[in-house]
Design a protein around this ligand. Structure first.
Ligand SMILES: Cc1cc2nc3c(=O)[nH]c(=O)nc-3n(C[C@H](O)[C@H](O)[C@H](O)COP(=O)(O)O)c2cc1C
Length: 354
């Protein structure tokens, strides 16, 4: 039992360490393939820009959230405490990392519930995998008095992880059962491999109303898990997945039925605004905020989030969009690579201004 707790805590620590040291830029994020159209004559006042949105049925003033990462070890409890401090000060929602460790070993629950202690009134999301039962998902939500539940789907990570799962046949039934009975909104999220239109349609048919397409371009779990392997190199899969931009293109036709959120490699306010222009209702960040709280501290990170959201508003003025709804209609230009993807995938951009 002790050994298993140690192994789980160790694995989480390794994920955090690898993620923090992962080189970015090795895999193109695709944000550079999307151009927002400059507007020379904005008819707006920066102070009046309103980027408030709905995330998991909750109204939030800023379309940003801290995405799932940590919990399950002493070190990651301290990270959760810091991230919760940032969430409390900035008012943005925060998801904790996968709670399976605490579902199996109650003594680890404080590494997650610390988030509720630090931020009693904030929006907090629980996080479990799709192999969990309805009962397990309920316990996770209760443990941190969560306002929503994230269910992560991470098949490539499991398959590359030496000790990972190999059987995913329970996933659809579990998701359907949790969606059908859960007392709080449920978000199904990827972990950096993106979602195709087919995956989104499948989720929609299971009753899912909130998704985070979490695409390729940022934290790369194919590379992280490969680095943790002692033998059986699978580094050739380092580029596996659908980028955040391409996944948002894949999501165009389901955006009227589902609330689509974006994460994966968002590193500048411009990236975030491009996600909103491609129809995302909110934008999640993980690695950048993890690095910021660990390397620079809580106060610096609060400043970083404040500046980030303010710069998103400035960019909104540059395209003459006063709200998220207007940003969704803003003209954009895709490069030939993305156009080829859209044509081969038979995707159509939602209606927008020329
Ligand atoms: C250290 C670390 C741990 C993570 N752990 C989880 C997890 O437990 N559950 C989950 O749903 N996603 C997890 N993720 C994935 C993130 O929520 C997100 O989908 C992904 O990192 C892409 O965002 P980014 O490029 O901004 O990091 C983790 C990410 C990082 C960096």
């Amino acid at each position: 039992m002790r050994k298993e707790i140690h192994q789980r805590s160790q694995r989480k620590n390794e994920h955090v360490k690898h993620a923090m040291h992962q080189k970015t830029g090795e895999v193109l994020s695709d944000f550079e393939r999307v151009t927002l159209l400059h507007h020379s004559l904005p008819d707006l006042n920066l102070d009046e820009i309103d980027l408030s949105t709905m995330i998991a049925d909750h109204h939030v003033p800023i379309p940003l959230y801290i995405n799932a990462m940590t919990g399950g070890s002493e070190w990651t409890e301290s990270i959760n405490r810091k991230l919760a401090g940032v969430a409390a000060a900035t008012g943005i929602p925060m998801a904790v990392g996968s709670m399976h460790a605490a579902l199996r070993h109650e003594e680890l629950s404080s590494s997650y519930s610390i988030v509720r202690e630090v931020n009693p009134d904030g929006l907090i999301f629980a996080n479990v995998g799709a192999d969990v039962s309805l009962e397990g998902a309920r316990r996770a939500v209760e443990m941190i008095d969560a306002d929503a539940l994230q269910i992560h789907i991470n098949a490539p990570q499991e398959l590359i992880m030496p000790e990972g799962d190999r059987d995913f046949k329970s996933w659809r039934a579990n998701i359907e059962s949790i969606i059908g009975h859960m007392e709080v909104p449920v978000i199904v999220k990827e972990v950096g491999f993106g979602m195709s239109r087919k995956a989104l349609l499948t989720l929609n048919a299971l009753g899912v109303r909130h998704v985070d397409i979490s695409g390729k371009g940022g934290t790369n779990f194919a590379r992280i898990e490969n680095a943790r392997r002692k033998s059986g190199d699978m580094s050739y899969l380092g580029d596996w997945g659908i980028s955040t931009v391409r996944a948002l293109l894949e999501s165009q036709s389901v955006q009227s039925d589902m609330s689509v959120m974006a994460s994966g490699g968002i590193s500048t306010p411009l990236d975030a605004v491009k996600c909103l222009a491609l129809g995302a209702r909110g934008v999640g960040m993980s690695r950048m905020l993890l690095k910021s709280v660990e390397d620079a501290g809580v106060d610096e990170t609060i400043g970083y989030v404040d500046t980030f959201q303010n710069q998103m508003k400035r960019i909104a003025v540059m395209v003459n969009a006063a709200t998220i709804e207007e940003l969704r209609k803003t003209p954009l230009v895709l490069d030939p690579e993305l156009l080829s993807w859209m044509s081969q995938r038979q995707l159509v951009l939602n209606e927008r201004e020329i």
